[in-house]
Design a protein around this ligand. Structure first.
Ligand SMILES: Nc1nc2c(ncn2[C@@H]2O[C@H](COP(=O)(O)OP(=O)(O)O)[C@@H](O)[C@H]2O)c(=O)[nH]1
Ligand SMILES: Nc1ncnc2c1ncn2[C@@H]1O[C@H](COP(=O)(O)OP(=O)(O)O)[C@@H](O)[C@H]1O
Length: 219
């Protein structure tokens, strides 16, 4: 699915699909925004959803807010790379922006649930790097859901009661980050991305680079 871009050291590299998942309120959105702001060569995948827009959300930036018939048409038309039902709403990843970003050499960041992560892994195992974010405690998770002040008490109750089920998928992920402090959690997630970008098998330009180095040494 991916073709090459260039790493910061100029060696051609396969793009990767960087996935953050967590129970609602653990901090994925916060960490995703920091990553997009502070890491170059990383593009956010904007999901389509049938859930209502929250105050402050921007259509086309936070999500593509669509109605149910439009979402169904996207599924039927094979426009989604993966999709799932979460909290009674449908969420899915539009395929073409992801393919365009990867083929222009960018990495893509996904804020998707465990069901979507499984589907991406089935499609492109070698290119998927997945991180599960855990809250430090249930009390912190509830506090964060309330402090976000964007969902009703009823919605928050639903999200809290789903948290344990969401969390049961932690062991399917490559990395686990506990989000005590935002700056520390961000530094950890950033380190994962930096290290994964250096993985030998992704650096498709290394053979040529090393041959050129050897030629210089012999010449
Ligand atoms: N499979 C899948 N899950 C998604 C997608 N977009 C968002 N989600 C997940 O849907 C869940 C609910 O998201 P949202 O309503 O924004 O609530 P939040 O997680 O509390 O911010 C989260 O677990 C997201 O990671 C998507 O395109 N595909
Ligand atoms: N380490 C943290 N300490 C305290 N509050 C946090 C931390 N990380 C995120 N938050 C806050 O918790 C709330 C939920 O975070 P958010 O990133 O929206 O979670 P998610 O996208 O996983 O649902 C937000 O109000 C956010 O500012």
């Amino acid at each position: 699915m991916t073709s090459g871009g260039h790493g910061t050291d100029g060696v051609e590299r396969r793009g990767l699909m960087f996935v953050l998942s967590s129970p609602s309120g653990a901090g994925k959105t916060t960490l995703s925004r920091l990553l997009i702001d502070r890491m170059s060569g990383l593009k956010m995948s904007v999901s389509a959803t049938t859930r209502p827009m929250r105050p402050g959300e921007v259509n086309g930036k936070d999500y593509l807010f669509v109605d149910k018939p439009r979402f169904e048409a996207m599924v039927k038309g094979d426009e989604l790379l993966e999709w799932a039902t979460v909290f009674d709403n449908s969420y899915g990843t539009p395929r073409s922006p992801v393919e365009a970003a990867l083929s222009s050499g960018q990495d893509v960041l996904f804020d998707i649930d465990w069901q979507g992560t499984q589907q991406l892994r089935e499609k492109a195992r070698a290119d998927v790097v997945s991180v599960f974010i855990l809250p430090p405690s249930a009390a912190d998770l509830e506090k964060r859901l309330h402090s976000r002040a964007q969902d009703s008490d009823e919605v928050i109750r639903k999200r809290m009661s789903r948290a344990s089920h969401e969390m049961s998928h932690w062991a399917e992920y490559d990395y686990i980050v506990i989000n005590h402090d935002v700056d520390e959690a961000f530094a950890e997630v950033q380190s994962i991305l930096k290290a994964e970008r250096l993985k030998r098998e992704r650096r498709i330009g290394l053979v040529g680079f090393v041959r050129a180095l050897q030629a210089q040494l012999q010449g």
